[in-house]
Design a protein around this ligand. Structure first.
Ligand SMILES: *[C@@H]1O[C@H](CO)[C@@H](O)[C@H](O)[C@H]1NC(C)=O
Ligand SMILES: *[C@@H]1O[C@H](CO)[C@@H](O)[C@H](O)[C@H]1NC(C)=O
Ligand SMILES: *[C@@H]1O[C@H](CO)[C@@H](O)[C@H](O)[C@H]1NC(C)=O
Ligand SMILES: *[C@@H]1O[C@H](CO)[C@@H](O)[C@H](O)[C@H]1NC(C)=O
Ligand SMILES: *[C@@H]1O[C@H](CO)[C@@H](O)[C@H](O)[C@H]1NC(C)=O
Ligand SMILES: *[C@@H]1O[C@H](CO)[C@@H](O)[C@H](O)[C@H]1NC(C)=O
Ligand SMILES: *[C@@H]1O[C@H](CO)[C@@H](O)[C@H](O)[C@H]1NC(C)=O
Ligand SMILES: *[C@@H]1O[C@H](CO)[C@@H](O)[C@H](O)[C@H]1NC(C)=O
Length: 640
């Protein structure tokens, strides 16, 4: 026996070897990585939606974690000797918004009076950005309204702007804008309030009325009524391909008649009543259908439009006899989005500033229609009622069912599976799609590994390196089978960091910071390095686990994704990778690491990120490379 054969045997026995074929795989779905938007825990109001004032139009409230139509002046506080109260006296700003705030100013008042708003756990005050404040007011006032931020931390006023108002109560409701202003100073943190103040002597002995008070910071792409720039940037950087909107359980409504209604989220803000949301808060619907579509367009995302199909979350189902108006409403919505200006609703869209029709290639018929007894009505009439109406008018739109098996298996029908579970469960899903039926395409439009313990132990507040690697293993299975898995989206996408419950989300925000979870980086790296077709891989001296993989290729590169899940480290345990037919001697290796399986990412002000992403050049020979892990939990992407 010569020396070489001993060494070669020793080497090949020591480590996993992956031989990647150059052909023989399937087309990958171009949509593989997507997003789910629904207003959950301030994803919309107080999140993506740029409005900074909370309870701006007195549309309802939240107490004990449940949204209600009880009106109050929560988040508003009086300044000076005035009192604030909800009022419904005529005239109202619109029949849609019949509640407003009354400020009673005692006789003999002098000095400054007014109110401040707490925002959504504070405000971002950034001296490099433009802000615009506005309000609707009824009553006699001839003077200025000073608008400014104040820091709770330093007690300082951070820039002010004023509106001139000269009106009497005879004028009814008048809208006033402050000029666009920039704060004089950036605040040290998000702990700020926003003030509107008046000359008390000019209001002494009077009551004046307010509604739709508003403050926007400069938005993404400078859209009017647009979205928060830093959060939109975070989404752009994920490099994902689609967004499913408007949800999600929030679309369904807790009970009748509070489903999301597209026609009550469009047009002037005075025409949007808002509704009690599913996740504990009132939805202003300021972030309405057109704002969502505009955002999708600005972010370059394909839209999967969710439509409501007759199931409320309390289990009430619209009967077959009463379903038609809801079908009609969806058809009107489609005409609104897709019709040209000669159609009734297309003309309405054009009148609202969107002359060109949008593009919709996917519609999801409902959301989790198996909940609370919804299954039988979904199969017996709800799905087909919407399917038939939509398919007849829009035969090229792909229709997605929310219950497995899909009621219809032809004509662009697909299925949306939602998968939540603990870390071990997600690891166990590594091969779940390998033998899946190819009868119809599947989305996983909601997934998350929500716990490191048992499946029933609730959600951990932050994804760990362990749960994120488990999700990555699951995504490798989606990618390896992306002939049948069309897309995947994490639930939830965005939540406010301060709001209970502390659940997982791709990103979390405070007034002035963004927390990028480890899952965020997994998804971004996977989407950034997505091939156009899958490649078969042969493994020697090992199998899937503790190292998991998927190989894809585009026209110029072979891309191998590896997840080390509680595996070995160091060069003696390196994975030997051979890319068949490649003559390349240099590859790029991208790794995502964290110190341990329980590492988490935090807000910048609370310690920052535990993860590190490195990109290095790796030398090899004629398509053969040796990839060693530095950590027992690590993600490595080899681009050859
Ligand atoms: C994988 O194994 C099969 C069966 O032995 C073989 O036909 C094929 O060529 C191998 N592919 C690669 C890339 O080594
Ligand atoms: C391609 O898809 C078929 C099923 O249609 C599957 O059996 C096969 O394993 C897939 N090939 C690869 C490389 O994933
Ligand atoms: C700032 O202080 C005011 C007055 O105490 C309070 O109403 C507000 O909630 C505080 N803001 C934050 C973000 O804590
Ligand atoms: C804001 O500052 C006040 C004191 O100035 C403090 O009581 C409060 O907890 C702070 N709020 C936040 C959200 O940091
Ligand atoms: C407001 O002004 C109008 C017109 O000048 C006057 O008729 C009315 O009495 C005033 N209201 C109050 C409360 O002062
Ligand atoms: C919106 O459509 C629903 C039917 O889905 C209808 O009940 C409601 O009255 C409409 N709202 C408006 C403002 O037209
Ligand atoms: C599928 O489309 C074809 C052609 O348009 C039509 O004949 C058939 O009825 C459709 N099937 C279903 C289930 O809608
Ligand atoms: C192929 O994928 C690699 C890795 O993501 C990327 O750097 C390269 O630009 C892609 N090439 C093409 C032609 O898309």
């Amino acid at each position: 026996m010569n020396l070489c054969s001993i060494l070669c045997f020793a080497l090949s026995a020591a480590a996993l070897t992956l031989d990647i074929a150059s052909s023989g795989g399937n087309q990958s779905s171009p949509l593989l990585y997507g997003l789910l938007y629904e207003d959950i825990y301030h994803s919309g109001d107080g999140g993506l939606y740029g409005e900074m004032l909370r309870n701006r139009a007195f549309q309802g409230s939240s107490s004990g974690g449940a949204a209600s139509l009880a009106r109050n002046t929560d988040y508003w506080h009086p300044i000076g000797s005035v009192s604030l109260a909800i009022d419904t006296s005529a005239p109202v700003v619109s029949s849609t918004l019949p509640y407003h705030m009354r400020m009673d100013v005692p006789a003999g008042t002098t000095g400054t009076v007014g109110f401040y708003n707490e925002g959504f756990w504070g405000f971002d005050v950034d001296a490099t950005k433009r802000y615009i404040a506005s309000l609707w007011m009824r009553g006699n006032y001839s003077g200025t309204v000073d608008c400014y931020f104040s820091s709770n931390t330093t007690g300082q006023m951070l820039g002010s702007s004023s509106m001139s108002i000269d009106q009497t109560s005879l004028a009814g409701w008048v809208q006033s804008y402050s000029a666009t202003f920039q704060p004089s100073k950036t605040a040290p943190d998000g702990n700020n309030t926003f003030y509107f103040t008046f000359d008390g002597s000019k209001l002494a002995g009077q009551s004046v009325y307010f509604n739709i008070l508003s403050l926007f910071k400069q938005t993404f792409d400078n859209r009017l009524n647009g979205v928060r720039e830093d959060l939109a940037d975070a989404l752009v950087n994920m490099n994902h391909k689609y967004i499913r909107l408007p949800g999600g359980n929030n679309m369904e409504g807790n009970n009748s008649p509070y489903e999301w209604k597209w026609n009550e989220t469009i047009g002037p803000l005075t025409d949007r009543p808002g509704r009690p949301g599913t996740w504990g808060d009132i939805n202003t619907d300021g972030f309405g259908l057109l704002e969502m579509m505009q955002m999708a367009q600005d972010l370059g995302l394909e839209v999967i439009l969710g439509i409501w199909t007759g199931l409320y979350l309390d289990g009430e189902v619209v009967s077959e006899a009463n379903l038609q108006p809801y079908v009609d409403s969806v058809m009107d919505e489609l005409e609104f989005l897709l019709g040209d200006k000669s159609t009734t609703y297309g003309a309405k869209r054009a009148a609202l500033g969107f002359p060109s029709p949008f593009t919709i290639n996917w519609i999801e018929i409902g959301n989790e229609d198996y909940l609370n007894g919804g299954t039988s009505s979904y199969y017996s009439y709800r799905y087909m009622a919407f399917y038939d109406a939509l398919h007849a008018v829009y035969p090229s739109i792909n229709l997605v069912s929310t219950i497995n098996p899909n009621p219809v298996t032809s004509n662009g029908s697909s299925l949306d599976l939602h998968i939540y579970g603990n870390e071990n469960y997600f690891v166990s899903l590594f091969n779940t799609f390998d033998q899946a039926s190819r009868e119809y395409p599947v989305f996983v439009n909601e997934y998350a590994a929500t716990n490191t313990g048992s499946n029933n132990a609730g959600q951990v507040g932050a994804q760990t390196m362990g749960t994120s690697c488990a999700e990555a293993i699951f995504l490798l299975g989606c990618e390896r089978n992306s002939d049948v898995i069309v897309g995947s989206a994490y639930g939830a996408l965005i939540k406010n960091y301060n709001e209970a419950p502390d659940t997982v989300a791709v990103i979390k925000h405070t007034a002035n910071e963004v927390l990028y979870s480890i899952s965020y980086y997994v998804q971004k790296l996977f989407a950034d390095n997505m091939g156009k077709r899958t490649l078969p891989v042969n493994a020697t001296d090992g199998e899937l686990g503790p190292v998991y993989w998927s190989a894809t290729a585009n026209s110029s590169s072979t891309i191998l994704k590896l997840v080390n899940y509680n595996g070995k480290t160091g060069s003696s345990n390196a994975v030997q990778v051979n890319v068949k037919g490649s003559s390349k001697n240099i590859a790029t290796l991208i790794t995502l690491t964290a110190p341990g399986s329980t590492s988490v990412n935090s807000l910048p002000s609370l310690g920052g990120e535990s993860t590190t992403i490195t990109t290095t050049s790796l030398s090899g020979s004629a398509g053969s490379f040796s990839v060693s892990f530095g950590n027992s939990y690590e993600i490595a992407i080899l681009v050859v």
